[in-house]
Design a protein around this ligand. Structure first.
Ligand code: ADP
Ligand code: MG
Length: 255
């Protein structure tokens, strides 16, 4: 579904992503691991169009999306979450979803000024979509709670729901389980499986090795911007290059 060819991103003299080629299959959980600074988030930023690559191509379902602006890429079906999600702390869960959805839909200033029919229809649609997304991620029961009053794990679910509002076919999740405890991590993993069961393709960056090893169909390992390995969890676990570069050298990551 997503084919990345020889992708490179230079920041000045630093190759944050260096000649990476990879293929993510539809309806699978693909994972990216690697030490801090390996280029994982930059790789996502390139796919989502927030950064333009120095060279290389990104092909989504046969279409070269490399030159497209990030809002067009979102409309082609790539959604994402960020390493940290900024939510409106003093607003309710539902209102955060509605605002998030609004930011991703179409009405311009003119529509707002004349409060057009289109805007009214969109607002109604936003509310419906927001509720659907909350139901999907299992947060309907807290829709009227303030963000400030929900748990870290529930916040992660809000971030998932925000990303789902654009109805992506490929969802990029940047460290979705960071800062949540092990039991809650299991719940988030279940949610990712549910997404795949509903036809989505997931690509996630994650430091929690036990989570990744238990759920990923395929893992790509980045180190200093380069792809050093790719394979099933079993293949990655046994790969001497990976053990040397990552698993063996980072106690935290292996924990
Ligand atoms: P990871 O997500 O794997 O921890 P990043 O993709 O965030 O790594 O960063 C990879 C490298 O690129 C790091 O050395 C980082 O400092 C650098 N980098 C990331 N974004 C920028 C940017 N916007 N400008 C300059 N350097 C950046
Ligand atoms: Mg990162």
């Amino acid at each position: 579904m997503l084919k990345v060819e020889n992708l490179t991103k230079m920041f000045g003299g630093l190759a944050a992503v260096n000649d990476v080629s990879v293929h993510f299959e539809a309806n699978k959980i693909n994972a990216i691991i690697g030490p801090n600074g390996a280029g994982k988030s930059t790789f996502f930023n390139l796919i989502a169009g927030m950064h333009k690559p120095t060279s290389g191509r990104i092909i989504l379902d046969g279409e070269d999306i490399t030159p497209l602006r990030c809002d067009y890429i979102a409309r082609r079906g790539i959604g994402r979450t960020f390493q940290t999600t900024n939510l409106f702390e003093t607003a309710t869960v539902l209102d955060n979803l509605i605002v998030g959805h609004r930011l991703r839909t179409q009405s311009g200033l003119w529509d707002v000024l004349i409060n057009s029919k289109r805007l009214q229809a969109e607002e109604k649609e936003c509310r419906v979509k927001a509720r659907e997304a909350l139901d999907f991620v299992g947060l309907s029961h807290v829709e009227n709670r303030l963000i400030a009053d929900i748990t870290q794990e529930e916040r992660k679910r809000v971030a998932f729901a925000l990303a789902l509002a654009t109805q992506p076919k490929l969802l990029l999740l940047d460290e979705p389980a960071a800062g949540v405890n092990p039991e809650e991590t299991v719940g988030l993993a279940d949610l990712m499986h549910k997404m795949v069961a509903n036809g989505l393709t997931v690509c996630l960056i994650e430091h929690k090795m036990d989570m990744i090893m238990g759920m990923a169909d395929k893992i790509m390992v980045l180190d200093h911007g380069e792809k050093i390995a790719e394979g099933t969890p079993q293949e990655i676990r046994e790969n001497p290059v990976v053990i040397e570069a990552y698993l063996g050298s980072d106690e935290d990551a292996a924990a």
